[in-house]
Design a protein around this ligand. Structure first.
Ligand code: AMP
Length: 495
């Protein structure tokens, strides 16, 4: 791995390399996992705190399937239970009983290559000068390696390879008798995306990075406050939405109620556009209470306006393409149906480490409905193309097994040309087919009759507010800089 890293140094990575998947960087190389798509949930002062957290995590399962954990407090002590696997498999009644108390936080961790280990599952529990602390983090820090090096030089011993542990150490190392001041000191050092929940014996603290990259909302149930990555978690437990946790805000929830502090100044927002495109659940309302399903449908409508096609049927790639396909059908007047059936009991395949498994995964997950597709001109709508693997398999499947006469691929987001450093699991730039290939080349690769993506301008029409969103995956304009290191170097070092 080290040799590969050396080899890549000095190579131009910004240029358009025409060779498909030319260089496959292996990641991670610095003992760090920087792929942190996760879900967090917390509740304070409720007799069913751990049960509610279990349900909250269950609703947020789509944000992470590798492992999950819950930490509760009885006011004197913190209790932690965490394991690899899915929420419903991890938490039995017996296990939930081992989480007593009136407050709790929980975390779902996304499955990533090379880091599937229990030590990386959160919440992270630690003791420091001011008591105990449990931390659950959604997002990704861009200066974690640098900070970790500094902390290690000062004598810190790390238990995991997760960037989130850096935050715990920074809080523990901060010089202050005031826990909030310590958290603010840590926030001033870290850079990147973080929606954080911190549980202490007698309080729950919610913190969001100054750019508001990942979503985070505040709700109330039976008079108790809850904080969650997405509103779908509030819905399941009958909580009402109060508001979003503001970018740069620290919310302190204790026996006196709720207090808000402006912890770090925020010059602009950079909500992740990919939450709308792929990651959040369609029933959620995120980033100022916009419904994800509604936005996805609008993407589909816009796509149909921009790139119409003569066809007999519009089908989605389930589940990610469903709202956009409905929008496409409504706008174009082309009949909509479920021409691909998904096996819901198979986990997401995208992040599986080996190419062979990923290829297999598409087949295991989807099957075409021949009765709907035979001899038809089919428009198939998906939310994104990353490496091109899924689309290629689907086009082949629609023709060979479904009997489709023509297959027109429509993508409800612009071409993905930039990797994400803020928490969406994307491969290296060189592995992004839209970066290495022109659209016509990609069309040939996936063997579609036509291929079209939503334009960046079209996307901005649906989700305007240029300074409120991060669209780096589509325009390579990264709103949070990488201190001390160039973007290219960061990509080489960590991917
Ligand atoms: P690919 O096969 O590499 O082109 O991946 C595209 C497929 O992966 C699409 O069906 C997307 O819905 C899905 N996808 C896009 N981004 C992600 C992600 N970060 N994690 C998991 N799946 C994704």
């Amino acid at each position: 791995m080290r040799d590969e890293k050396k080899e890549m140094k000095g190579k131009k990575v910004m240029g358009r390399d025409r060779k498909f998947c030319g260089s496959r960087f292996t990641r991670p190389v610095a003992g760090f996992d920087i792929h942190e798509e996760c879900g967090v949930f917390g509740v304070f002062n409720h007799p069913e705190a751990s049960n509610l957290t279990y349900l909250g995590l269950y609703a947020l399962q789509h944000r992470g399937q590798e492992g999950a954990g819950i930490c509760s407090s009885d006011g004197k002590q913190l209790f932690l239970e965490k394991s690899m696997g899915l929420v419903a498999d991890i938490f039995s009644e017996k296990r939930l009983k081992r989480l007593p108390g009136y407050s709790a936080i929980g975390h779902n961790r996304y499955s990533t290559a090379g880091s599937s280990v229990l030590k990386n599952v959160q919440p992270i529990l630690a003791n420091f000068a001011l008591g105990s602390l449990a931390l659950a983090h959604n997002g990704n820090l861009v200066n974690a390696a640098e900070l970790r090096r500094e902390l290690e030089e000062e004598g810190a011993i790390f238990q995991s390879t997760s960037d989130s542990e850096v935050i715990v150490h920074l809080i523990a190392h901060a010089k202050s008798d005031d826990p909030y001041d310590r958290i603010i000191q840590a926030m001033n050092k870290i850079s990147g995306a973080y929606s954080l929940l911190i549980l202490r014996e007698k309080e729950l603290i919610a913190v969001r990075d100054p750019f508001g990259v990942r979503p985070m909302c505040l709700g109330q149930v039976d008079g108790a406050y809850v904080v969650a990555s997405e509103t779908c978690a509030l819905d399941l437990i009958n909580a009402t939405y109060v508001r979003d946790v503001e970018p740069g805000e620290m919310l302190i929830i204790d026996e006196n109620g709720l207090r808000s502090m402006k912890a770090v100044a925020s010059s602009r927002r950079a909500h992740c556009i990919f939450e709308f495109i792929y990651f959040s659940r369609p029933d959620s309302y995120i980033f100022g209470y916009r419904n994800v399903n509604g936005v996805r449908k609008e993407f589909g409508r816009q796509l149909a306006r921009e790139l119409p096609v003569d066809a007999d049927i519009v089908i989605p790639v389930p589940d990610s393409g469903v709202p956009a396909a409905i929008g496409f059908s409504e706008e174009s007047g082309i009949h909509f149906d479920f021409g691909l059936i998904r096996n819901h009991y198979v986990g997401r395949t995208f992040i599986e480490p080996k190419q062979s498994i990923r290829h297999f995964g598409v087949k295991i997950k989807l099957n075409p409905v021949k009765q709907l597709l035979d001899g038809k001109r089919v428009v198939v709508v998906d939310d994104s193309i990353v490496r091109g693997t899924t689309s290629k398999k689907i086009v082949k499947m629609l023709r060979e097994l479904g009997g489709a006469k023509e297959v027109h691929v429509r993508i409800s987001s612009p071409p993905t040309v930039g990797p994400c450093f803020y928490g969406i699991d994307t491969p290296t730039r060189q592995e992004l087919i839209a970066y290495t290939h022109m659209i016509e080349e990609t069309r040939k690769y996936i063997t579609a009759d036509s291929l079209a993506y939503l334009s960046l301008e079209g996307l901005k029409k649906i989700v305007p507010d240029s300074f409120d969103f991060c669209r780096a995956c589509f325009d390579n304009d990264y709103p949070i800089s990488f201190p001390g290191e160039h973007l290219e170097q960061l990509e080489i070092l960590f991917r």
